[in-house]
Ligand binder design. Sequence first.
Ligand code: 5AD
Ligand code: SF4
Length: 449
Amino acid sequence: MKPQTPPQTYRVKSFGCQMNVYDGERMAELLGERGIQPAADGEDADLVILNTCHIREKAAEKVYSDIGRLVLAGKQSEAKGGRPPMIAVAGCVAQAEGDEIMKRAPAVSIVVGPQAYHRLPEMLDKAAKGERATDTDMPAIAKFDALPARAKRGPSAFLTVQEGCDKFCTYCVVPYTRGAEISRPFLHLIAEAHKLVEAGAREITLLGQNVNAWAGEDDKGRPTGLAGLIHALARIDGLARIRYTTSHPNDMDEALIAAHGEVDKLMPYLHLPVQAGNDRVLKAMNRQHTVDSYLKLIEKFRAVRPDIALSGDFIVGFPGETEAEFADTLRIVDEVRYAACFSFKYSPRPGTPAATLDFQIAPEVMDDRLTRLQARLTDHQYAFNQASVGKTCTVLVERAGRFPGQWVGKSPWLQSVWFEGEYAIGDLVEVTLAEAGTKSLKALVSASV
Ligand code: 5AD
Ligand code: SF4
């Protein structure tokens, strides 16, 4: 590889989950500290970071087509006297397939895993000298210690509190790409939350692959779980809303359930994936919970917070899933009445136990099941939105709407809500929900708070 001019501008393209969005922001901050600026809209960047996702095959394949596109664009730019961008691959594909990327894509200068991106500056120096750089080490806490202070502006911010997974669901690559569960220390998180609020955040979403497995010691050295962290964050003036995602049913404790009845700032929304509605399938997935234990948990949340909006993740076509077992998934959807959901066709991931199971399901059967499941989920989402009509609530304004004078934000139940008036991003506006669609609601303004 030839020596390359050190980059002055960058672009980070994040795929996949919210954790990747957070990581993308932190990499941007790291580059900002070195004086590397974001490329202007429509301009080529000197450095492109593909922050990749490995969770499903389609997501993982995207990285190679994106590299191909960048190489082509680089050649066109070179023909006009410009230079091709330096390409870095970050995220979970980098972690899982780093060596293969280096072999298959000679244009890539840097491969950096999700636990190593604090070393990006050194890797850039190496790349500038013409050496390719790979770092897929896994010491996660070191990363957080080495990152600069938060600079994020905007009303809604992410805060990674926990990373990794020890659950080993048989279909999932996360335990291999993100490593074992680790929790960031309580005081670091409180400090980062203060910084975010000072920079304008009014809502913080706590992130973790198993966010409710977060554990630490509070400021007095007492052991505490996620509920304790939420109570402490709720004491930050200027912070109006707290959310957390994604939870695992087996890591739920009574304190966290109770917090939903005690902490006003904790929004009435819970993302609690169940994946399937049949006990045999759940066992084959190694979920370590049953349909019944999941439903009992939901009942507990509804007892302390009757209006709580529930969302989940579903996989259709897990190896061996019969039509009757799939029908059980439709049944649990009807029983829970989810307000929102994410549903996926099973995708065999290299290195996971399920990938080598017999009785993989035919693609057309998966397509059919996914269509039916999504239709059912959409029905429930619409019903949830319709049942919200007439409710008064606050909306956190996130952006201007499509037409002048229109604003779009989120209700406490994470619905997209639009309304008219003179507001600014970051305002909390009290509205009455007036008309429901499947994906959003129209509201009338009652007052500003
Ligand atoms: N195939 C399909 N969906 C998957 N998920 C995780 N692994 C796979 C896979 N191999 C889904 C799960 C998880 C979400 C983040 O992605 O539903 O909760
Ligand atoms: Fe993957 Fe299961 Fe861990 Fe979630 S709990 S990240 S689905 S292994």
